[in-house]
Design a protein around this ligand. Structure first.
Ligand SMILES: NC(=O)c1ccc[n+]([C@@H]2O[C@H](COP(=O)([O-])OP(=O)(O)OC[C@H]3O[C@@H](n4cnc5c(N)ncnc54)[C@H](O)[C@@H]3O)[C@@H](O)[C@H]2O)c1
Length: 342
């Protein structure tokens, strides 16, 4: 079923205090929607959540539900929502080798709990934030019908979440339509500080070392957060009962190129420490965007240089104590879990 994300439409966003979720909330409010945001990160006690939600927290059309998806009253969150945007997840590849239970609880069990509540509430649409990590090692641009062979526990949980969504949508007599979007590495202001571009730009701005895994030839398709948000809203409006769609930035670049661009947009070199590639890191990601163009009218608008310049400007405007959180000491080879901020 297609819905219209227009003024007056009530929608819910899980993971609202996160990087992508907080941008999505802003855009939905700009469109005139009434938005219920849910997240277990508290703006009262966590700097990142406070920073991410500061423009919307007191907005008259924004309601805040603080809590763990496994425990909050989800009926209250989804009731009368035309669409639930499900972005809450434990994200990141490396920590998924050591904190698997957290990934399973947040990415699989909580997703099932949400789907069951949506089914009972008669929610017409759910948009699920899936990931390019479901593809695993690939040699060419990934299409949605290609095999899914994730090489990290994180990728396995995102694929399981995606499959759960599709199973609920395909259930006989189901009234729930699902669009799962496979995001390809998203960057921009508020990007999680464990992610490469945030760390590279922060290293350039502070002079801290950036730890590069592998020889820098690994290729990534980077997607600017505004493009991802546009695609996510368009996905709610698409009239298909169950779909999986790639969302990428339009081209793939090497980490060496990204480091060169960081130097250009900040005017500073990036101090580097190189260590061997880690389990779960794929050599390349690239998206076939044919379906996104066809179904969502999607066209990535922000090129990497422009997007990185905006991301760098945002980091530069942070108070020094916050910027330092984006440039933690270099990771050691044994350190599986990057230092994250609260
Ligand atoms: N950032 C990327 O490059 C990228 C790429 C592919 C897919 N994704 C997916 O997009 C979504 C958003 O990613 P992000 O980078 O904004 O991550 P993020 O960590 O910034 O945001 C996720 C938010 O979900 C919340 N959350 C997690 N588990 C929860 C739970 N059980 N109950 C309540 N809240 C919970 C977290 O507190 C966090 O605020 C995730 O589903 C992620 O898997 C992100």
């Amino acid at each position: 079923m297609a819905i219209s994300v227009a003024a007056g439409t009530k929608v819910a966003v899980t993971g609202a205090a996160g990087f992508i979720g907080s941008h999505l909330v802003e855009r939905l409010l700009d469109r005139g929607c009434a938005v219920v945001g849910v997240d277990r990160r508290s703006p009262r006690s966590e700097t990142s959540a406070r920073l991410h939600l500061r423009e919307v927290f007191n907005h008259p059309r924004f309601s805040w539900v603080e809590g763990e998806l496994m425990h909050v009253n989800l009926k209250e969150v989804v009731d009368n929502s035309a669409c639930v945007f499900h972005l809450a997840a434990v994200a990141g590849v490396r920590a998924s080798w050591t904190r698997f239970e957290d990934y399973v609880a947040a990415n699989i069990v909580a997703t099932q709990r949400l789907l069951s509540t949506c089914e009972q509430a008669g929610t017409p649409k759910l948009v699920y934030a899936s990931s390019s990590s479901v593809y695993g090692q690939v040699n060419a641009a990934s299409g949605e019908n290609d095999p899914t062979l994730p090489v990290s526990p994180y990728g396995v949980t995102k694929l399981a979440g995606e499959q759960l969504c599709l199973a609920y949508a395909k259930r006989p007599a189901s009234r729930l339509s699902v669009t799962a979007l496979r995001y390809f590495t998203v960057y921009g202001p508020r990007q999680r500080p464990d992610m490469a571009i945030a760390r590279i730009l922060a290293a350039a701005l502070t002079g801290q070392q950036y730890t590069i895994f592998g020889d820098g030839t690994q290729q990534r398709e980077f997607t600017y957060v505004d493009d991802v948000v546009e695609a996510t809203i368009a996905a709610a409006e698409v009239d298909v009962p169950a779909a999986v769609i790639n969302v990428g930035g339009g081209s793939s670049v090497s980490m060496i190129d990204v480091i060169g661009l960081a130097r250009e947009v900040t005017g500073n070199p990036v101090p580097l420490t190189a260590v061997t590639a880690q389990a779960g890191d794929v050599q390349a990601t690239a998206a076939d965007l044919t379906l996104a163009r066809l179904l969502l009218g999607y066209q990535p608008r922000t090129g990497l240089r422009t997007g990185m310049a905006r991301h760098a400007a945002w980091l530069r405007d942070l108070p020094p104590e916050l910027l330092r959180k984006y440039a933690p000491p270099p990771m050691s080879i044994d350190q599986k879990e990057p230092t994250c901020w609260k």
